[in-house]
Design a protein around this ligand. Structure first.
Ligand code: ISL
Ligand code: CA
Length: 559
């Protein structure tokens, strides 16, 4: 496979609103990010992905863009961003912007013009349909945030528009070549500025199954999940191929797709050599507890389920391309609270999870706060839905109430699944507001910040933070980096429960052994250990034939 500049990189996702507030208004901003560039250098980060900072009403926290060419004043100015790009470059850190082009904001001038003249050129930038009060909508798709995906077009009683997300996020009509041209122009404008690339938001949604039609209802609301429609939508490749040719490829830019529901046969087209994208996220584990969201029974993801999901996905991708590996992002609860049993959650087990995902083939992404082991909110932290913020919360809560749960139980379901878990401010120190801001932050700080914060972890050699530093240093160690980046991936001990082990074979042979359970275990070695490269345990006991692993021990060994 042809080697690319981004293959050996370590990426970090910033959720700007919650990262660092520089001017005391309770909202994180670009100047705050600039003030932490040395932090990323110290950690060893090469790529910074910023969740959206464009001009936006923030109905979906910036994923509703009203001007693609401007920065929202709450986050700063274009000069601030230019400074971030330039300073990042000096430090060898590339900036990756979020590309949100399935939809824009209803406050974007395109949509305003479409409302003024639905039959004019901008009307064709959206999906606008005639509609008579009382008549059924053109289709029964449920928007991702709940309710119908159709909304009355402002100023027109006889017209509606499509929004697969929030009603303030009208879908852009990718079937229209003029719209596509505008999008490519905008992408290239940003690439000309010197950014390293894009993370591409919700991209699978740009191809709709047309003409609009109903799918079987899958909830009491009579609506159908978007997944049903997406399964039948074909032809997205024409748009994505064109976009890659017209934009990313000309700049050798890094592009990572937020791709769901892709078909196996399409994988080489998506991320193979000359694929539409450089990479796509591995979301194989995020669906494992999906059912508990709507079935309301506690579902803890087991070690075997976690292992089988990531191993299968990496095997599926083998020889085709590179996944971007994550344990969480701004849309998911915190990984440590989700993939580690509550009763087993500790600094030790957090390091085990870190080591497992970090040394897989692909590009490791760290989501802000993950490197200090930030956790979900606890049900005892919040007594009312008012304390939370996300626009997706109402649907989760109301669906639980409609299913017959009490208000308290519905609130507990929400606290467990809300995207706000990942969006509470970064915990810099034990100072007021966790050192994130001098003012009251826009979203509550997780009350555990006195215990879990960066300042404390920097001082502690055994902290989760210092373990992440070691993991990054190991992946970048000139002796081993080639094996971690390009080495073959072989699952091991998959017939044994709770062991998550794999081999990486390149110019070195490295085995990652993890005992993902509280119980200790002795395992038979396939080949004798030469050197222990890294472990979360102070003392690793092994002989020629056997390795002893205490609960949640992770051992990275050269054999
Ligand atoms: O967040 C989800 C489930 O909790 C997903 O359904 C999510 O909506 C989907 O992954 C698409 O996400 C992206 O686009 C959305 C935005 O709200 C998310 O923050 C973004 O990551 C709309 O732009
Ligand atoms: Ca601010």
């Amino acid at each position: 496979m042809e080697r690319k500049w981004w293959h050996n990189k370590i990426a970090y996702q910033i959720y700007p609103k919650s990262f660092m507030d520089s001017n005391g208004d309770g909202i994180g901003d670009i100047k705050g990010i600039i003030s932490k560039l040395d932090y990323f250098k110290e950690l060893g980060i090469d790529i910074l992905w910023l969740s959206p900072i464009y001009k936006s009403p923030l109905a979906d926290q910036g994923y509703d863009i009203s001007d693609y060419y401007d920065i929202d004043p709450r986050f700063g100015t274009m000069e601030d961003l230019d400074e971030l790009i330039a300073k990042g470059k000096e430090l060898g850190i590339g900036i990756v912007m979020d590309l949100v082009v399935n939809h824009c904001s209803d406050e974007h001038e395109w949509f305003k013009k479409a409302c003024e003249d639905p039959d004019g050129p901008y009307g064709k930038f959206f999906y606008i349909e005639d509609h008579k009060e009382g008549q059924p909508f053109p289709c029964n798709w449920r928007s991702y945030f709940g309710g119908s995906c159709w909304e009355k077009l402002p100023g027109h009683d006889d017209k509606i528009y499509l929004h697969v997300f929030h009603k303030k996020q009208p879908d852009l009509n990718w079937e229209n070549p003029l719209l596509r041209k505008e999008i490519y122009k905008m992408i290239n404008w940003w690439l000309d500025k010197g950014i390293a690339g894009f993370r591409i938001d919700a991209i699978i949604n740009i191809k709709k199954k047309l003409p609009f039609s109903d799918y079987p209802a899958d909830r009491d609301d009579g609506l159908s999940s978007m997944d049903n429609m997406l399964k039948e939508a074909v032809g997205i490749g024409e748009f994505l191929g064109e976009m890659a040719r017209e934009t990313f490829r000309k700049y050798d830019a890094f592009s990572v797709g937020e791709v769901f529901n892709e078909k196996d046969s399409e994988l080489p087209l998506f991320i193979g050599e000359n694929g539409y994208f450089s990479s796509m996220f591995d979301f194989s584990t995020t669906h494992l507890d999906e059912e508990s969201k709507t079935r309301y029974e506690e579902k803890e993801i087991t070690a075997n389920e976690y292992r089988d999901a990531i191993f299968a996905n990496h095997k599926r991708i083998e020889g085709i391309g590179y996944l971007s590996n994550i344990i969480e992002n701004h849309d998911e609860p915190r990984g440590v609270s989700r993939y580690i049993k509550t009763s087993d959650l500790s600094e030790h087990s957090k390091k085990a999870l870190a080591g497992i995902y970090f040394l897989l083939p692909g590009i490791p992404f760290i989501y802000q706060g993950q490197e200090i082991g930030m956790e979900n909110l606890k049900t005892s932290d919040i007594d009312s839905t008012d304390k939370l913020d996300d626009c997706a919360n109402a649907d989760i809560y109301n669906t639980a109430i409609n299913a017959g749960l009490s208000e308290k139980d519905a609130l507990n379901v929400l606290i467990k699944h809300s995207r706000d878990n990942a969006r509470t401010p970064f915990q810099w120190s034990s100072e007021a507001h966790a050192g994130f801001s001098t003012a009251n932050p826009w979203l509550l700080v997780n009350p555990n910040y006195k215990k879990i914060n960066l300042e404390a972890q920097k001082k502690d050699d055994d902290s989760v933070f210092n373990f992440y530093k070691e993991l990054i240093a190991l992946r970048k160690d000139p002796e081993y980096t080639d094996t971690f980046v390009y080495g073959k991936f072989t699952p091991m001990y998959t017939d044994m429960d709770n062991l998550i082990c794999y081999k990486r074979t390149g110019n070195k042979t490295i085995i990652i052994y993890t005992n993902y359970q509280a119980k200790e275990i002795d395992i038979k070695l396939e080949s004798p250990i030469k050197t222990i490269l890294l472990s979360n345990s102070k003392e690793v006991r092994f002989n020629e034939k056997e390795l002893h692993l205490n609960g949640y021990d992770l051992v990275v060994a050269e054999v």
